[in-house]
Design a protein around this ligand. Structure first.
Ligand SMILES: [Zn+2]
Length: 431
């Protein structure tokens, strides 16, 4: 029998020795373009993960989220869950990563799906968010199983769909099916790119709504015969600038959100459409003169653990009612599009302590505790799975997510894999 520090040294060395494997694995994952929307190649990436993990003794299930938003024959929502039971009974540690990536966008100087390795960094869409984290967790688990085969409990790895579009065809679906029930899983780590020396305890809440103002179409040369929906929406925007935005700036949270400017309530205008639809590509003609009879705006309100959802919604309605009281011919609709409550794991939760100790051993520093400005799949594990012992911990810089020339540092992935493996050593008690 070995003692713990023998295990630990062997485990750290083994992970360093897997550097080439880690690079190749990350590159393979990035080269499967799992763009979402629409949700491409989920089956391919699940098959890839299944082949790798089955070869290492995992029992692997592929689960399709039938009838989740976006699921269809062309773009099926596939998820992969791998589980390996240890020889002794104990608790289960689960690493959950989303496999989808966002659109490429403009401004790249490298091939977004080429996964080029340059100066110790791998470039590509999804390297940082979050295929690098997925690869690091797989390497951590594989090294742990090689060095510490006689452990107590179970380890799970999942690759799930649709996180970027709300997670309904991924973690939410699996949570509904019991995959995150506290009887099955006791500790969850989500390797989102929150930085290797930070523990992310949770996220702010979200309320998305579409506001529509109504008008009446007429000839553009005689706008007085119609009713302009865009001008009505302009009045809504003005009222928001005058009263709502200043009010939001006054609301501060005790949550340790990073970046610090997100420690207040925020609201983005996601989109604004009024009047005639954009012409199809290639159309070179002029628009016709019409008074717009509809204007739609999507707002993205992020709220704090100290706020409640009903109040957040009411504030926006209040703005609309004020404008209505002042403007003739003003009418509106407001439609809820998405609602996510804030989530924050207790700092005393077991997985938090375990990752914190691992960070201080591997990196020689105390971790920073943070909360994410945007949500991630923790919301579903918390609300649907009823599992509170869940955090995000993974390599990569959040600021690079969704940007051109996104990358992940190989050294950062190695460090994060060592932290994850140390954490497994503590939670799964190898002998
Ligand atoms: Zn992500």
């Amino acid at each position: 029998m070995q003692n713990n520090s023998d295990f630990s040294d062997a485990l750290m060395t083994r992970i360093s020795a897997k550097r080439d494997d880690l690079i190749a694995l990350t590159q393979d994952l990035v080269r499967i373009p799992t763009l979402n929307p629409p949700g491409e190649n989920y089956r391919e990436i699940c098959e890839y993960l299944k082949d790798r993990l089955e070869a290492r003794g995992f029992a692997v299930e592929l689960v399709r989220a039938y009838e989740a938003p976006g699921d269809c024959e062309k773009y099926p929502r596939w998820n992969m869950i791998a589980r390996l039971e240890g020889p002794r009974s104990g608790e289960c540690v689960h690493f959950n990563s989303h496999t989808d990536v966002v659109e490429v966008g403009h401004g790249w100087t490298t091939d977004p799906f080429g996964a080029e390795l340059k100066d110790g960094k791998i470039y590509g869409r999804g390297t940082c968010d979050m295929k690098g984290g997925l690869a690091a967790s797989i390497i951590a688990v594989e090294a742990f199983l090689e060095i510490c085969p006689n452990f107590a409990g179970a380890v799970e790895i999942s690759g799930t769909a649709d996180e970027e579009t709300g997670g309904f065809g991924g973690v939410a679906y699996l949570a509904q099916k019991g995959y995150f029930a506290p009887e099955r899983v006791q500790h969850v780590i989500i390797p989102e790119p929150l930085q290797k020396d930070r523990i992310c305890l949770g996220h702010r809440g979200v309320y998305w709504a579409e506001i529509e103002t109504h008008g009446e179409i007429a000839h553009g040369s005689m706008p007085f015969l119609g009713n302009c929906a865009v001008r009505h929406m302009g009045a809504v925007l003005t009222e928001m600038e005058d009263t709502l935005y200043p009010a939001l700036a006054q609301k501060h949270t005790a949550m340790p959100v990073v970046p610090e400017r997100a420690r207040q309530s925020t609201m983005n205008i996601n989109s604004f459409h009024g009047g005639q639809a954009e012409p199809e590509a290639g159309f070179t003609g002029l628009p016709s003169p019409c008074v717009p009879d509809s204007c739609r705006m999507v707002v993205d309100r992020r709220f704090l653990i100290e706020e409640n959802y009903e109040d957040v919604k009411q504030e926006i309605k209040d703005v609309l009612e004020v404008v209505k009281s002042r403007r003739d011919g003003f009418s509106y609709d407001i439609r809820d599009m998405m609602r996510v409550l804030p989530s924050m794991t207790d700092k005393d939760a077991p997985v938090v302590g375990s990752v914190a100790r691992a960070i201080s051993e591997v990196l020689g520093k105390e971790p920073e505790y943070v909360v994410s400005p945007g949500t991630y799949d923790q919301k579903h594990i918390d609300r649907i799975g009823k599992l509170k012992n869940c955090i995000a911990y993974g390599p990569g810089l959040l600021e690079l997510a969704h940007k051109p020339d996104e990358y992940i540092g190989v050294d950062d992935m190695i460090d994060a894999a060592q932290v994850m493996a140390k954490c497994l050593m503590e939670l799964l008690k190898p002998e």
